[in-house]
Design a protein around this ligand. Structure first.
Ligand SMILES: Cc1cc2nc3c(=O)[nH]c(=O)nc-3n(C[C@H](O)[C@H](O)[C@H](O)COP(=O)(O)O)c2cc1C
Length: 323
């Protein structure tokens, strides 16, 4: 009897969910996504919540918020509290949830991906990334893919949830949320509600159901894992904007890093100037590049299709029949 139990234990599939969340939004997403895995007997679910040694505030003070972008864009890892798990364990799947900070993985996620423990944990492990952000995640995922590759991990899926207000609506709603803690809607609906639509968060169950089924059937985890579930929707109109904004973050970020460490008073005046520059950039480049993309869309059909296919890998952008 004991032998059978031990064998069952040995045969259990092990899944690790790693994440950090300030408002609890990403935690919610992962809770719904991983619920079907917790309901299956032959899957053992482990949770790892990342804890920066110096915690990030929520809501964010204005200057502190913008003073974070140089480190975010240059992937300068903050120190994390010990992970509290044996990194030599082998997991059949690692689900890495992260939010985007300044077109980059959030700093706690970066810290995890750059840690020696992650290198051991992630080596040869299949990974599904889960992103919940405003709506600009393409460059962040490019960085994350590179960090995962350095660890020797194998990206088999990506799930992306963006704020329900859309690009224009969330332009003010999301910063107001993270700077004041107020999710809205505000001013009688003039500023829409920030954050991902609750139905979308509930709907993440379908990804967990698919993963649970594939693991329980002992099928290999590959790029087909989340196909047909509408895991990713690429907004190709944002590609040029993300490239332009990332370039500017790199230039200004280098200047700010040369002026001092995060929080140094020497950085403050430049952070304030950069804020004005950033708003000017976003209100000019963002609508202009979106307009140009829309006008040129008929001529760029092939290019847009190629970009959509590239950025939606490995989950694919097609919607099929369900789990
Ligand atoms: C410092 C900071 C920078 C952010 N930068 C971006 C960004 O570049 N792109 C984006 O889509 N969302 C951005 N967001 C929104 C977050 O990705 C996320 O939606 C929000 O912070 C809620 O995440 P939570 O689960 O930690 O509460 C940013 C948020 C913060 C706090």
């Amino acid at each position: 009897m004991q032998g059978v139990q031990q064998q069952r234990q040995r045969m259990k599939k092990k899944v690790l969910v790693v994440h950090y969340s300030q408002s609890g939004q990403l935690s919610d997403v992962l809770r719904h996504l991983s619920a079907p895995l917790a309901e299956v007997d032959d899957i053992e679910l482990h949770q790892l919540v990342l804890r920066p040694k110096v915690s990030y505030p929520f809501p964010w003070p204005f200057i502190r918020f913008f003073d974070t972008f140089p480190e975010a864009i240059y992937l300068d890892p903050p120190e994390l509290e010990p992970l509290g798990l044996d990194e030599r364990q082998r997991f059949d799947l690692i689900i890495l949830g992260y939010q985007v900070w300044f077109l980059s993985p959030s700093l706690p996620a970066t810290a995890f991906l750059k840690s020696p423990a992650a290198r051991t944990l992630l080596k040869d492990a299949p990974v599904v990334t889960v992103i919940a952000c405003r709506d600009m995640w393409l460059m962040a995922q490019e960085q994350t893919k590179k960090l995962l590759a350095v660890c020797g991990a194998r990206l088999v899926g990506n799930v992306v949830l963006v704020d329900e207000a859309g690009s224009v609506g969330s332009f003010l709603a999301t910063p107001i949320w993270v700077l004041t803690g107020k999710k809205g809607p505000l001013f009688g609906g003039l500023i829409p509600r920030a954050g991902v639509k609750p139905e979308q968060i509930l709907g993440c169950r379908r990804f967990g159901e698919r993963i649970a089924r594939v693991l329980s059937e002992g099928r290999p985890l590959d790029a087909s894992l989340l196909r047909g579930l509408g895991a990713v929707k690429v907004n190709t109109r944002l590609i040029a904007t993300e490239h332009a904004a990332r370039r500017s973050f790199l230039v200004w970020g280098a200047l700010l890093r040369a002026l001092g460490r995060q929080g140094a008073w020497t950085r403050r005046p430049v952070v304030a100037i950069y804020f004005v520059f950033l708003v000017a950039l976003l209100v000019t480049v963002l609508p202009l590049s979106a307009l140009l993309k829309t006008l040129a869309a008929p001529l760029l059909r092939k290019r847009i299709a190629a970009q959509t296919a590239y950025f939606s890998e490995p989950s694919g952008h097609e919607i099929g029949t369900g789990p």
